[in-house]
Design a protein around this ligand. Structure first.
Ligand SMILES: NC(=O)c1ccc[n+]([C@@H]2O[C@H](COP(=O)([O-])OP(=O)(O)OC[C@H]3O[C@@H](n4cnc5c(N)ncnc54)[C@H](OP(=O)(O)O)[C@@H]3O)[C@@H](O)[C@H]2O)c1
Length: 307
């Protein structure tokens, strides 16, 4: 039996509940791609799963953690004919739904979840894009903003929020960004269609709220507005919103290679930007998590393949 190294959660708990161990290497199913990891990153969702605040729907402890993946194709299932070994790719694995984490030397994912990277692109810095980028992208798709639509992004200085602001500005929306502290405004774009708010959201003035902060910001919505909640356990009650004819949708980010390819194009066109990160080898997973948590989970830490 072939083996590989993986970072697994032993049981819900603190940083030391993460262990690097040898696990069985996998063979791709007919519709899957087997990818050798170059880099991944840490997201708040990884911490929620590690601590047990979120329990994956499939799989049992111990299981491999991790959403993000930048890597190289090493093998494909019989039905996958358009990704040759050696192709560099990007993917998000919805570990909370599937139990398949990316923090292992090799990962098998459905072809439809995998984005092909252009040949001239360095995959390593992109390793922090998949979950945050897909979440922002799918939230903006749900918002359906046209030119002039007013959208409030709560948690605008966070990984998802920053990308959502940039995507919305690209579509001509009037964007309001809510941050908690004044210094976070410096992390946001300067743009004629963008208005930052510190601490206090605007009142009864936006058509859509994209809530990446996890509190009830519905007083910002006009009657009939749409509340897109990214933190399901903090969603405002549906019946409260209904009194003002406001709708609520809870987004669960979906794996999508096609959406990721579009995000990579937008990065190439400088519509989207990624912040700089700290880089840790996988074997220093505890130190990486410590830094991630000490930094208020804002500065996503990249983890390299060095075990
Ligand atoms: N539904 C899904 O499928 C899905 C997918 C991805 C992410 N998520 C969730 O979405 C959330 C955002 O993810 P992320 O990666 O962007 O996290 P992040 O980088 O930590 O960003 C969260 C941001 O929200 C800010 N914030 C918190 N409370 C606030 C408040 N009351 N007012 C203004 N800003 C506030 C934080 O500011 P401070 O730094 O000051 O705390 C931070 O900038 C997380 O809870 C994550 O688990 C859900």
């Amino acid at each position: 039996m072939m083996e590989m190294l993986a970072v697994q959660v032993e049981a819900p708990g603190g940083i030391t509940s993460l262990v690097v161990r040898s696990v069985e290497d996998l063979t791709p199913r007919p519709d899957e791609v087997k990818i050798e990891l170059i880099a991944s990153s840490i997201n708040p969702a990884d911490v929620k799963i590690r601590t047990g605040a979120v329990v994956p729907l499939r799989g049992a402890y111990p299981f491999t953690l991790g959403y993000d993946l930048a890597g190289t194709v090493v093998e494909t299932g019989a039905e996958v004919t358009d990704l040759a070994p050696g192709t560099q790719v990007l993917a998000m694995s919805a570990v909370a739904l599937t139990g398949v984490g990316t923090w292992s030397e090799r990962v098998c994912l459905p072809r439809t979840s995998v984005a092909r990277l252009p040949a001239n692109v360095d995959p390593l810095p992109l390793a922090r894009l998949p979950l945050a980028g897909l979440t922002a992208y799918q939230a903006v798709q749900r918002a359906k903003p046209g030119p002039g639509t007013a959208v409030l992004v709560c948690g605008a200085a966070g990984s998802v929020g920053r990308l959502a602001v940039e995507l919305l500005l690209d579509r001509g929306a009037r964007v309001h960004g809510l941050v908690r502290r004044p210094e976070q405004v410096d992390q946001l774009p300067t743009h004629e269609l963008f208005t930052p708010h510190v601490g206090q959201p605007p009142t009864r003035s936006v058509d859509v709220v994209i809530d990446a902060a996890g509190a009830d910001f519905s007083p910002a919505l006009v009657d009939g507005g749409l509340y897109i909640c990214l933190v399901p356990d903090r969603a405002p009650a549906r019946d409260v919103l209904a009194r003002r004819s406001q709708r609520r949708t809870v987004l669960v980010t979906e794996e999508s290679g096609a959406d990721l390819e579009e995000l990579v194009e937008l990065l190439g066109a400088a519509v989207l930007t990624l912040e700089t990160t700290s880089i840790f080898p996988m074997k220093n997973i505890h130190a990486a998590h410590r830094e991630f948590e000490q930094d208020g989970q804002r500065n996503v830490v990249l983890i390299r393949e060095d075990w």
